[in-house]
Design a protein around this ligand. Structure first.
Ligand SMILES: Cc1ncc(COP(=O)(O)O)c(C=O)c1O
Length: 382
């Protein structure tokens, strides 16, 4: 009997180091968890109530594949309040930001084309490129100054043959950097010089603590696709609802992808998103303030332990420098779980730029953060 053979590319695709560490942590049980990039807050009750009401009212069927008009209007109005004037017909609802990234890359690059990916950067960019048969070209984000791109290097890489898309991500996972407006403008200008599309991942846009998040679309509305998500902003990771804003000419092409892939995002989640985007926003401010306090705590403790790298200006991540103890951050992160009961993400999983670093997620209670940093310090010294 001949058994089916898996596709070689996907079989060879590396799993995320974060998953490997978290599986170990879950098996152990009593681990202090700074691993997952997931808010520790509950979805605000008015958002849950809106989904409940929608489901009870029979809004449980397929919707338009781009999302219900009310969601697209609410997303456009929310973006307008944040300084991005786009009309609702440029919005496509997606099943999480991750699906928005996939739809955009699938629509804008052919198999064999190349994509510029930040290093260190969110591992799913490379994974999605593998799925789509796209080459990953990493561009460095040096720690000094502030994990912003080396523009000369970015320009040189953008000139390479077959590069079609530049991915930018500010505020950034994993660095916590919030790029200055002049940097955002310069990256879009480089993309323009080389005829590239910009996939601007702005899923942490409402989580800038110091300085403003500067959106990319206003610099070149016909070139930039912005990815937005409700996951982090409204503590809705499990609802799988997000949206993207794209140039008018690209919307019909990008929207074909969710049509064949998921038909449409979950209907009650779309109505929850309408309530989130158009309802009171104090929950967003409260969560941001909590992350800022935890950031301040983590900065102080990492300095005390001699592990400090840089002060994040947004998102909810911070690096710890463990290069004195290891050159293999995955092995070190696994040992932290088994020997010290702390889970965090190995820096190598974010690309060569994460070498010697651990990413700590600040989506945990302050006492957990404090205890975990103390244990990491002890592990490095040991
Ligand atoms: C940089 C970045 N982009 C996109 C996402 C996707 O989030 P979601 O699919 O939950 O909207 C994440 C999630 O961790 C992220 O860190």
């Amino acid at each position: 009997m001949i058994l089916p053979r898996p596709a070689a590319t996907i079989a060879a695709m590396p799993r995320s180091g974060i998953r490997e560490v978290m599986e170990l942590a879950m098996a152990r049980g009593d681990t202090l968890n700074l691993g997952f990039g997931e808010p520790d807050f509950d979805t605000p009750p008015h958002i849950v109530a809106a989904a409940d009401a929608a489901a009870r009212a029979g809004r449980t069927r397929y919707t338009a594949s781009r999302g219900v008009p009310e969601l697209r209007e609410a997303a456009a109005a929310s973006l307008a309040r944040r300084g991005v004037p786009v009309s609702a017909d440029r919005i496509v609802a997606t099943a999480g930001g991750v699906q928005g990234v996939l739809a955009t890359l699938a629509a804008l690059a052919e198999r064999g084309d190349a994509v510029l990916v930040p290093d260190p950067g969110w591992p799913n960019y490379a994974g999605i490129c593998t799925l789509l048969g796209l080459e990953v070209i990493r561009y460095p984000l040096p720690p000094a100054p502030g994990f912003e791109p080396d523009l000369e290097r970015l320009d040189a890489l953008a000139a390479r043959a077959r590069v079609r898309v530049m991915i930018t991500n500010t505020p950034s996972n994993p660095t916590g950097a919030v790029w200055r407006g002049e940097t955002v403008a310069a990256t879009v200008a480089i993309a323009a010089r080389h005829g590239l599309a910009v996939l601007s991942d702005e899923v942490y846009d409402e989580m800038a603590f110091d300085g403003e998040h500067v959106p990319s679309i206003p610099f070149d509305p016909d070139r930039v696709v912005a990815i937005h998500s409700l996951s982090k902003t409204y503590a809705m990771t499990g609802w799988r609802i997000a949206y993207l804003a794209a140039p008018a000419a690209l919307v019909p092409v990008i929207a074909k992808v969710p049509e064949v892939e998921i038909s449409c995002p979950t209907a009650p989640a779309q109505w929850a998103a309408v309530a989130a985007l158009s309802g009171p926003q104090d929950c967003v401010t409260e969560m941001r303030d909590a992350y800022r306090e935890r950031r301040d705590l983590a900065v102080r403790l990492l300095r005390d332990e001699g592990l400090f790298v840089a002060e994040p200006r947004g998102a909810f991540y911070i690096f710890a420098d463990v290069s004195a103890a290891t050159t293999d951050t995955l092995a070190f992160a696994k040992r932290l779980v088994t020997d010290h009961g702390v889970a965090c993400a190995p820096g190598d999983t974010f690309g060569p730029g994460g070498a010697g670093l651990l990413r700590l997620s600040l989506a945990a209670a302050p006492d957990v953060i404090a205890e975990a940093i103390g244990r990491i310090g002890a592990a490095v010294r040991a």
